[in-house]
Design a protein around this ligand. Structure first.
Ligand code: MIG
Length: 753
């Protein structure tokens, strides 16, 4: 095999809205998408259509560039791209000339046959974060990774690859930030200085183009806003999906599902969601129900709904080969399944036995798949869980000759799951007639936030997985995802009661709060752990329900800015070295005001790092000074959770499900601080898309501790808040009494204390 290194440019012209640069072996194109986003695509072919599964925005119509001897400069108000023509290399600077990131001048972009790579300069102090669901530390410096969506059953905390592909990383050096999104669906590789003698970092893929977007915004919040502008943001999730979710593989019958749901109500433990894993189906045939064990799906869902529960059902991609199965027959007739190159249908074995696999890359197939959900939606299901979509089959691998339209497996594997969730989302959105479906997927590619929530797959019931899971959630938050869950309790293995309790205490601060367990594992419901522990878990779940107004507002922020709900401290404390310390790297902000330190189940004291500012312990209101490590107690009843001084948190009374009206009082908790702080409160009907046409209730709350004043700014939107009273609750006000109730009117008003 030979190596070809991108050589001298022999022509540079502007064509339409891009710069076209030719070398002997390839062609480079440069587009400007915004002042902070520049795309470079280096290709040998440019034959294929310029389609992306991730990107939803278009480049600008024009941009500024100049040709100076052996250099071309593309400049925006924020970024300068210097293109060296001999040989062709790209380097990005801030507008005032500070180097951000560039090609290694010797090797730049190069090829080994179809494999394409980009070698880049590595700065001595450079750190890397991102890539989403990846093992290893928050700072990925010195690590290398592969993207190849895999059913990573039995994975450990070092397994790579896992289920998802997000080829997006953020680089940090010299007090600057930048990011790169490598939009390539082939098997891809990222080496953050693992093996290059501290000289280079590199990324590449087995095929396709060197097609990347460079982000030059300063500050990680701005980078996330740009990245999610380019690849899209989530829509508001149905409110019920933010309640407590109870899953297991499997509740084996309608009676069992109903019994568990009833028990939550009897015990007054709040919950919103029950799940049906694969055993609800007839012989694992997708879009069917087992007639013996689930004889009356509508009756079951009706009864669940009457108790304030929603049901989520699982679907896998594999369609069973069975002449009496309409989905099979129709799929074959219409040519909807993946084939071998000779046109024969590809067959793989999964739960149903021998199966064919829908070609979700085909719009007509997505349409067909979407409509099929009537079998689940008609009886009332509104949540759809997409599993095994790496895609998985027994033996894990699928022949690389398997074809999806005109593309082969190696090129589409990393987007298959995303396209399945796209089909599921668009289809069920239509069927539900204006109600928000809830979609959950295991496999994903950049942009999946537009369609679906994700969970981190088959973790294990251990303390190290508890911490690892949090790291995955935090890292997924750096790639556009916000609605993220881990199997609380651990999927494989049986947790100790203490681990179960501890993990549930992290649940309120996990974007998606779902308990799940594998087949054959001990039962995991909150009442399986003895009375005392049941009471602790109950309190944790209640905490989730109290926080829902805050959490819902946090998701609103995700829909507008791409900022995730669970935020690694790297987002706001980027330059603080301590937060990358492996001891503190799992800590995160949950929304604007809360700092959470995940803790294993076997300790009752833990070191927590509090970054700059003052902090209050949630359960005691004890005030701490930041910028230091503190050793705090952490009994199973009290996970270390802190509130940023000046923090504003809207809460509500404890309800048993999001269906319940509650007492109509929105509590506004504030914690004393030094600086003025604001919180954007957001509410809508929690169920439909009418918020997109003005039916929402949004207001900025400003807390000025110096003036001792809280201002409720005018309400925007036409939705009438379900809270008719506001109750102000002060913390850390040195004995000053703030607590009072007032009417929740839509006009501006101020409360002084
Ligand atoms: O081969 O549907 O990750 O959550 O319970 C295992 C059964 C298939 C894997 C999922 C897991 C689910 C299980 N599934």
């Amino acid at each position: 095999m030979q190596i070809e290194i991108l050589s001298n440019a022999n022509s540079v012209i502007q064509q339409d809205n891009y710069l076209l640069i030719q070398t002997a072996e390839a062609e480079a194109r440069v587009w400007v998408y915004s002042p902070t986003i520049i795309r470079v695509c280096i290709s040998k072919t440019f034959a294929q259509s310029d389609e992306s599964f991730a990107v939803i925005e278009k480049p600008l119509d024009n941009f500024t560039w100049q040709h100076l001897a052996d250099i071309v400069e593309v400049t925006t108000s924020a970024v300068k791209l210097v293109i060296n023509l001999k040989p062709l290399r790209f380097e990005f600077f801030t507008a005032d000339g500070q180097p951000l990131s560039g090609d290694d001048t010797r090797f730049g972009t190069n090829w080994q046959a179809e494999r394409v790579m980009n070698y880049r300069k590595l700065y001595p102090d450079e750190k890397f974060i991102g890539l989403g669901e990846k093992a290893g530390d928050l700072n990925r410096r010195g690590q290398n990774y592969v993207n190849w969506n895999t059913d990573a059953a039995l994975h450990t905390i070092t397994t790579d690859p896992l289920y998802k592909t997000f080829p997006f990383y953020i680089g940090l050096h010299s007090g600057l930030t930048y990011a790169v999104f490598f939009d390539n669906t082939h098997k891809s590789y990222f080496d953050f200085g693992a093996t290059t003698d501290e000289q280079m970092m590199w990324f590449g893929a087995d095929g396709g183009d060197m097609d990347y977007y460079f982000f030059g915004a300063q500050g990680i919040r701005n980078i996330l806003e740009d990245y999610t502008w380019l690849t899209g943001r989530m829509e508001m999730p149905p409110l019920w999906s933010l309640g407590y979710q109870q899953c297991r593989w499997s509740y084996m019958s309608a009676n069992e599902v109903l019994d568990v749901a009833r028990k939550f109500r009897e015990k007054q433990i709040p919950a919103d969601v029950m799940y049906c894993d694969i055993d609800y189906m007839d012989g694992y045939k997708i879009f069917t129900w087992n007639k013996e064990t689930f004889p009356d799906p509508k009756g079951m869902v009706d009864e669940l709904k009457s108790m304030g529960f929603q049901l989520v059902t699982i679907v896998d991609p594999g369609i069973k080969i069975d002449e009496n199965y309409p989905e099979y027959k129709e799929g074959v007739e219409k040519g909807y399944f993946a084939t071998y190159p000779n046109g024969e249908l590809f067959t793989g074995s999964v739960w149903p036995g021998r199966c064919h696999f829908p070609d979700f890359l085909n719009a007509e197939v997505r349409e067909w798949w979407g409509v099929s959900f009537k079998a689940l939606a008609d009886p009332g299901v509104e949540g759809f869980w997409n599993d095994m979509n790496e895609p998985a089959a027994w033996g894990q691998n699928m022949p690389w000759m398997v074809k999806f339209g005109d593309k082969f497996m190696p090129e589409i594997r990393n987007v298959y799951g995303m396209q399945m969730s796209r089909a599921t989302y668009n289809g069920t959105k239509r069927i539900l007639n204006g109600k928000r479906p809830f979609i959950l997927t295991r496999a994903a590619y950049a942009g999946t936030q537009r369609y679906s929530a994700v969970w981190t797959g088959d973790n294990a019931a251990s303390d190290e997985h508890l911490l690892f899971g949090q790291r995955l959630v935090n890292s997924l938050g750096l790639v556009g995802m916000s609605m993220i869950g881990v199997d609380i309790g651990g999927f494989m293995g049986n947790p100790t009661a203490e681990l179960m309790v501890r993990w549930n205490s992290l649940g309120p601060y996990t974007p998606m709060f779902r308990n799940h367990a594998a087949l054959g594992m001990t039962m995991r419901e909150p009442w399986q752990w003895g009375d005392d522990y049941e009471q602790i878990i109950k309190k944790d779940i209640e905490q989730r329900y109290k926080l829902l107004p805050y959490i819902y507002s946090g998701f609103y922020q995700s829909t507008k800015t791409g900022l995730p709900l669970s935020r690694t401290l790297a987002i706001d404390y980027t330059q603080d070295e301590n937060i990358y310390d492996t001891k503190y790297q799992n800590q995160f902000l949950f929304g604007d005001a809360l700092l959470v330190a995940p803790v294993i189940s076997t300790v009752d004291h833990v070191d927590v790092y509090l970054p700059a500012g003052d902090w209050y312990r949630l359960n005691t209101d004890e005030r701490f000074t930041g910028n230091q490590m503190v050793n705090v107690s952490c009994p199973l009843t009290d996970l270390p959770v802190f509130i940023k001084a000046g923090g504003i948190i809207p809460m509500q009374n404890i309800i048993q499900s999001t269906n319940e009206q509650g007492d109509g009082v929105l509590q506004i908790h504030i914690w004393n601080g030094d600086d003025t702080n604001t919180f954007v409160y957001y509410e809508d009907d929690g169920a439909t898309y009418s918020y997109q046409s003005g039916s929402y209730h949004k207001r900025t709350i400003t807390f000025d501790p110096q003036k001792r004043e809280i201002v409720f700014n005018p309400v925007e939107g036409e939705y009438q808040s379900k809270y008719h009273k506001l109750e102000l609750v002060g913390h850390g006000l040195d004995g000053v009494q703030l607590n009072r109730q007032i009417d929740n009117t839509n006009e501006v008003f101020a409360i002084s204390y």
